[in-house]
Design a protein around this ligand. Sequence first.
Ligand SMILES: C[S@@+](CC[C@H](N)C(=O)[O-])C[C@H]1O[C@@H](n2cnc3c(N)ncnc32)[C@H](O)[C@@H]1O
Length: 280
Amino acid sequence: MKPTTDFLTRLLSVYWFAPPVALWRAVELRTAAEETYPPPLLDLGCGDGLVARVLFDDRPVDVGMDPWMAQVRQAARSGAYRWVQQANGVQLPYPDGAFATAFSNSVLEHIPDVRPVLREVGRVLRPTDGRFIFTIPSDLFRRLLYFYQQRLASGDREGAERYAAEVDARLEHHHYYTPQEWAGLLAEGGMALEKARYYIPRPVEQLWDRENAQFGIGHRSLWSLLASPRLRRAGYQRLLARWVVRRYSRLWRPHYELDVAPGEPGGGLLIVGRREAGRQ
Ligand SMILES: C[S@@+](CC[C@H](N)C(=O)[O-])C[C@H]1O[C@@H](n2cnc3c(N)ncnc32)[C@H](O)[C@@H]1O
Protein backbone atom coordinates (compact mmCIF):
# COMPACT_ATOMS: atom_id res chain seq x y z
CA MET A 1 0.00 0.00 0.00
CA LYS A 2 1.39 3.42 -0.89
CA PRO A 3 1.00 6.04 1.86
CA THR A 4 -0.52 8.95 -0.06
CA THR A 5 -2.99 10.00 2.63
CA ASP A 6 -2.23 12.98 4.86
CA PHE A 7 -2.75 11.01 8.06
CA LEU A 8 -1.90 13.96 10.27
CA THR A 9 -4.77 16.12 9.00
CA ARG A 10 -7.21 13.19 8.91
CA LEU A 11 -6.39 12.06 12.42
CA LEU A 12 -6.45 15.58 13.85
CA SER A 13 -10.00 15.88 12.48
CA VAL A 14 -10.94 12.56 14.09
CA TYR A 15 -9.11 13.02 17.43
CA TRP A 16 -9.30 16.84 17.70
CA PHE A 17 -10.22 16.44 21.38
CA ALA A 18 -6.85 14.74 22.09
CA PRO A 19 -4.33 16.21 19.61
CA PRO A 20 -1.26 14.28 20.89
CA VAL A 21 -3.16 11.02 20.24
CA ALA A 22 -3.61 12.20 16.64
CA LEU A 23 0.13 12.85 16.30
CA TRP A 24 1.13 9.39 17.57
CA ARG A 25 -1.47 7.63 15.46
CA ALA A 26 -0.66 9.66 12.34
CA VAL A 27 2.98 8.51 12.44
CA GLU A 28 1.78 5.00 13.27
CA LEU A 29 -0.60 4.83 10.30
CA ARG A 30 1.94 6.40 7.94
CA THR A 31 4.20 3.46 8.92
CA ALA A 32 1.45 0.83 8.74
CA ALA A 33 0.36 2.14 5.32
CA GLU A 34 3.65 0.96 3.84
CA GLU A 35 2.55 -2.67 4.27
CA THR A 36 0.17 -4.62 2.03
CA TYR A 37 -3.01 -6.19 3.43
CA PRO A 38 -4.28 -8.93 1.12
CA PRO A 39 -7.88 -10.00 1.92
CA PRO A 40 -9.55 -11.66 3.68
CA LEU A 41 -8.44 -9.24 6.38
CA LEU A 42 -9.14 -9.44 10.13
CA ASP A 43 -8.82 -6.39 12.41
CA LEU A 44 -8.15 -7.83 15.89
CA GLY A 45 -9.12 -5.42 18.68
CA CYS A 46 -10.73 -3.08 16.16
CA GLY A 47 -12.00 -0.58 18.74
CA ASP A 48 -14.39 1.97 17.25
CA GLY A 49 -13.18 1.41 13.66
CA LEU A 50 -11.85 4.94 13.15
CA VAL A 51 -8.28 3.78 12.57
CA ALA A 52 -9.37 1.17 10.01
CA ARG A 53 -11.44 3.75 8.16
CA VAL A 54 -8.51 6.11 7.89
CA LEU A 55 -5.84 3.47 7.16
CA PHE A 56 -7.84 1.59 4.55
CA ASP A 57 -9.20 4.79 3.04
CA ASP A 58 -12.86 3.92 3.58
CA ARG A 59 -12.53 0.51 1.81
CA PRO A 60 -14.32 -1.92 4.16
CA VAL A 61 -12.22 -4.47 6.04
CA ASP A 62 -13.65 -8.01 5.94
CA VAL A 63 -13.92 -8.59 9.69
CA GLY A 64 -13.48 -6.48 12.82
CA MET A 65 -13.64 -7.96 16.30
CA ASP A 66 -13.28 -6.59 19.82
CA PRO A 67 -14.33 -7.82 23.28
CA TRP A 68 -15.73 -4.42 24.29
CA MET A 69 -19.39 -4.21 23.23
CA ALA A 70 -19.61 -0.39 23.16
CA GLN A 71 -16.66 -0.34 20.75
CA VAL A 72 -18.18 -3.10 18.62
CA ARG A 73 -21.37 -1.05 18.26
CA GLN A 74 -19.39 2.02 17.20
CA ALA A 75 -17.29 -0.07 14.80
CA ALA A 76 -20.49 -1.39 13.22
CA ARG A 77 -21.75 2.16 12.74
CA SER A 78 -18.38 3.36 11.38
CA GLY A 79 -18.82 1.56 8.06
CA ALA A 80 -15.21 0.33 8.31
CA TYR A 81 -16.14 -3.39 8.26
CA ARG A 82 -18.23 -5.86 6.28
CA TRP A 83 -18.71 -7.84 9.49
CA VAL A 84 -18.08 -6.82 13.12
CA GLN A 85 -18.46 -8.98 16.18
CA GLN A 86 -17.80 -9.13 19.86
CA ALA A 87 -15.11 -11.70 20.61
CA ASN A 88 -11.89 -12.17 22.53
CA GLY A 89 -8.49 -12.62 20.90
CA VAL A 90 -7.87 -15.68 23.04
CA GLN A 91 -10.75 -17.52 21.34
CA LEU A 92 -11.35 -16.32 17.82
CA PRO A 93 -14.68 -17.51 16.37
CA TYR A 94 -13.21 -18.21 12.90
CA PRO A 95 -12.16 -21.41 11.14
CA ASP A 96 -8.50 -22.41 10.65
CA GLY A 97 -6.79 -20.58 7.81
CA ALA A 98 -9.70 -18.15 7.29
CA PHE A 99 -7.59 -15.00 6.77
CA ALA A 100 -4.72 -13.96 4.52
CA THR A 101 -3.92 -11.04 6.83
CA ALA A 102 -4.56 -10.14 10.44
CA PHE A 103 -3.98 -6.57 11.57
CA SER A 104 -3.91 -5.24 15.09
CA ASN A 105 -3.20 -1.63 15.99
CA SER A 106 -2.20 -0.74 19.54
CA VAL A 107 -3.88 -3.78 21.09
CA LEU A 108 -1.35 -6.40 22.24
CA GLU A 109 0.29 -4.11 24.83
CA HIS A 110 -3.07 -4.07 26.65
CA ILE A 111 -3.23 -7.88 26.95
CA PRO A 112 -1.16 -9.20 29.87
CA ASP A 113 -0.50 -12.64 28.31
CA VAL A 114 -0.29 -12.44 24.52
CA ARG A 115 0.63 -16.10 23.97
CA PRO A 116 -2.93 -17.48 23.63
CA VAL A 117 -3.82 -14.61 21.29
CA LEU A 118 -0.80 -15.27 19.07
CA ARG A 119 -1.69 -18.98 18.95
CA GLU A 120 -5.21 -18.06 17.83
CA VAL A 121 -3.95 -15.64 15.20
CA GLY A 122 -1.55 -18.32 13.90
CA ARG A 123 -4.47 -20.74 13.67
CA VAL A 124 -6.81 -18.43 11.71
CA LEU A 125 -4.11 -17.32 9.25
CA ARG A 126 -3.65 -19.05 5.90
CA PRO A 127 -0.97 -21.69 6.54
CA THR A 128 1.19 -20.94 3.51
CA ASP A 129 1.45 -17.17 3.39
CA GLY A 130 -0.80 -15.61 6.08
CA ARG A 131 0.69 -12.57 7.78
CA PHE A 132 0.04 -10.82 11.08
CA ILE A 133 0.84 -7.09 11.02
CA PHE A 134 0.67 -5.30 14.34
CA THR A 135 1.84 -2.16 16.11
CA ILE A 136 2.79 -1.82 19.77
CA PRO A 137 4.86 0.57 21.87
CA SER A 138 8.47 -0.56 21.65
CA ASP A 139 10.94 -1.82 24.23
CA LEU A 140 12.37 1.75 24.19
CA PHE A 141 9.04 3.50 24.82
CA ARG A 142 9.63 4.26 28.50
CA ARG A 143 13.18 5.50 28.03
CA LEU A 144 12.18 7.93 25.27
CA LEU A 145 9.55 9.73 27.33
CA TYR A 146 10.45 13.41 27.75
CA PHE A 147 9.71 13.57 31.48
CA TYR A 148 11.50 10.26 32.09
CA GLN A 149 14.65 11.62 30.46
CA GLN A 150 14.30 14.96 32.25
CA ARG A 151 14.19 13.26 35.66
CA LEU A 152 17.06 10.96 34.75
CA ALA A 153 19.20 13.91 33.59
CA SER A 154 18.75 15.54 36.99
CA GLY A 155 19.88 12.33 38.72
CA ASP A 156 16.37 11.31 39.85
CA ARG A 157 16.25 7.68 38.66
CA GLU A 158 13.50 6.78 41.11
CA GLY A 159 11.37 9.72 39.92
CA ALA A 160 11.99 8.69 36.29
CA GLU A 161 10.82 5.13 37.00
CA ARG A 162 7.83 6.44 38.92
CA TYR A 163 6.88 8.67 36.00
CA ALA A 164 7.14 5.78 33.50
CA ALA A 165 5.03 3.60 35.82
CA GLU A 166 2.36 6.33 35.91
CA VAL A 167 2.30 6.41 32.10
CA ASP A 168 2.01 2.58 32.01
CA ALA A 169 -0.93 2.75 34.42
CA ARG A 170 -2.69 5.60 32.56
CA LEU A 171 -2.31 3.88 29.18
CA GLU A 172 -2.83 0.36 30.58
CA HIS A 173 0.38 -0.98 29.04
CA HIS A 174 1.40 -4.39 30.36
CA HIS A 175 4.68 -5.07 28.54
CA TYR A 176 7.27 -3.76 26.09
CA TYR A 177 8.96 -6.64 24.27
CA THR A 178 12.07 -6.38 22.10
CA PRO A 179 11.92 -7.55 18.45
CA GLN A 180 13.81 -10.70 19.54
CA GLU A 181 11.22 -11.40 22.23
CA TRP A 182 8.43 -10.90 19.68
CA ALA A 183 10.20 -13.43 17.42
CA GLY A 184 10.01 -15.99 20.25
CA LEU A 185 6.35 -15.21 20.98
CA LEU A 186 5.39 -15.41 17.31
CA ALA A 187 7.12 -18.80 17.05
CA GLU A 188 4.77 -20.11 19.76
CA GLY A 189 1.90 -19.17 17.44
CA GLY A 190 3.50 -20.91 14.44
CA MET A 191 4.71 -17.64 12.89
CA ALA A 192 8.14 -16.38 11.95
CA LEU A 193 9.28 -12.79 12.40
CA GLU A 194 9.39 -11.28 8.91
CA LYS A 195 9.93 -7.63 9.86
CA ALA A 196 10.44 -5.44 12.92
CA ARG A 197 10.53 -1.70 12.31
CA TYR A 198 10.77 1.10 14.82
CA TYR A 199 8.73 4.26 14.26
CA ILE A 200 8.07 7.36 16.45
CA PRO A 201 11.58 8.81 16.57
CA ARG A 202 12.84 10.28 19.83
CA PRO A 203 11.80 13.93 19.05
CA VAL A 204 8.26 12.80 18.21
CA GLU A 205 7.84 10.81 21.42
CA GLN A 206 9.25 13.71 23.43
CA LEU A 207 6.85 16.16 21.80
CA TRP A 208 3.97 13.71 22.34
CA ASP A 209 4.84 13.38 26.04
CA ARG A 210 5.13 17.15 26.56
CA GLU A 211 1.89 17.83 24.67
CA ASN A 212 0.00 15.21 26.70
CA ALA A 213 0.98 17.22 29.78
CA GLN A 214 0.18 20.52 28.05
CA PHE A 215 -3.33 19.39 27.05
CA GLY A 216 -3.84 17.58 30.37
CA ILE A 217 -4.63 14.31 28.58
CA GLY A 218 -5.70 11.71 31.12
CA HIS A 219 -6.12 14.36 33.85
CA ARG A 220 -8.57 17.08 34.76
CA SER A 221 -7.69 20.18 32.78
CA LEU A 222 -9.34 23.14 31.14
CA TRP A 223 -8.79 21.42 27.79
CA SER A 224 -10.44 18.15 28.86
CA LEU A 225 -13.41 20.17 30.12
CA LEU A 226 -13.73 22.16 26.88
CA ALA A 227 -13.36 18.99 24.77
CA SER A 228 -15.59 16.85 27.00
CA PRO A 229 -17.94 14.47 25.13
CA ARG A 230 -20.75 15.75 27.40
CA LEU A 231 -20.47 19.11 25.66
CA ARG A 232 -20.46 17.70 22.11
CA ARG A 233 -23.71 19.50 21.32
CA ALA A 234 -22.24 22.86 22.27
CA GLY A 235 -21.56 24.73 19.04
CA TYR A 236 -18.09 25.98 20.04
CA GLN A 237 -16.60 22.48 19.78
CA ARG A 238 -16.84 22.60 15.99
CA LEU A 239 -14.76 25.78 16.02
CA LEU A 240 -12.31 24.24 18.48
CA ALA A 241 -11.92 21.19 16.21
CA ARG A 242 -11.26 23.41 13.20
CA TRP A 243 -8.67 25.38 15.17
CA VAL A 244 -6.88 22.17 16.22
CA VAL A 245 -6.72 20.83 12.66
CA ARG A 246 -5.51 24.12 11.19
CA ARG A 247 -2.91 24.85 13.88
CA TYR A 248 -1.43 21.40 14.51
CA SER A 249 -1.40 20.05 10.99
CA ARG A 250 1.02 22.91 10.24
CA LEU A 251 2.92 23.02 13.54
CA TRP A 252 3.50 19.28 13.87
CA ARG A 253 4.14 18.55 10.19
CA PRO A 254 7.97 18.32 10.52
CA HIS A 255 7.54 15.81 13.38
CA TYR A 256 4.91 13.86 11.45
CA GLU A 257 7.29 13.51 8.52
CA LEU A 258 10.27 12.46 10.62
CA ASP A 259 11.49 8.87 10.18
CA VAL A 260 13.53 6.81 12.61
CA ALA A 261 17.09 6.83 11.24
CA PRO A 262 18.59 3.37 10.54
CA GLY A 263 19.97 1.89 13.74
CA GLU A 264 18.17 4.50 15.87
CA PRO A 265 15.47 3.68 18.44
CA GLY A 266 11.81 4.59 18.18
CA GLY A 267 8.93 4.52 20.65
CA GLY A 268 6.67 2.44 18.40
CA LEU A 269 7.30 -0.94 16.82
CA LEU A 270 5.66 -2.45 13.76
CA ILE A 271 5.96 -6.22 13.56
CA VAL A 272 5.14 -8.52 10.67
CA GLY A 273 4.83 -12.22 11.46
CA ARG A 274 4.45 -14.81 8.70
CA ARG A 275 2.62 -18.08 9.21
CA GLU A 276 4.98 -20.98 8.76
CA ALA A 277 3.62 -23.94 6.81
CA GLY A 278 3.46 -27.13 8.85
CA ARG A 279 3.81 -25.40 12.23
CA GLN A 280 1.33 -25.62 15.14
C1 LIG B 1 -6.08 1.19 22.28
S1 LIG B 1 -7.46 0.32 21.71
C2 LIG B 1 -7.07 0.20 19.99
C3 LIG B 1 -8.29 0.05 19.15
C4 LIG B 1 -8.04 0.07 17.63
N1 LIG B 1 -7.23 -1.02 17.18
C5 LIG B 1 -7.40 1.38 17.24
O1 LIG B 1 -6.26 1.39 16.79
O2 LIG B 1 -8.08 2.41 17.39
C6 LIG B 1 -7.20 -1.33 22.29
C7 LIG B 1 -8.32 -2.29 21.93
O3 LIG B 1 -7.92 -3.62 22.26
C8 LIG B 1 -9.07 -4.32 22.65
N2 LIG B 1 -8.70 -5.54 23.39
C9 LIG B 1 -8.33 -5.63 24.69
N3 LIG B 1 -8.14 -6.93 25.03
C10 LIG B 1 -8.38 -7.67 23.91
C11 LIG B 1 -8.38 -9.07 23.63
N4 LIG B 1 -8.09 -9.98 24.57
N5 LIG B 1 -8.69 -9.47 22.38
C12 LIG B 1 -8.99 -8.55 21.42
N6 LIG B 1 -9.02 -7.22 21.63
C13 LIG B 1 -8.72 -6.78 22.86
C14 LIG B 1 -9.81 -3.29 23.49
O4 LIG B 1 -11.18 -3.63 23.69
C15 LIG B 1 -9.61 -2.02 22.69
O5 LIG B 1 -10.66 -1.77 21.78
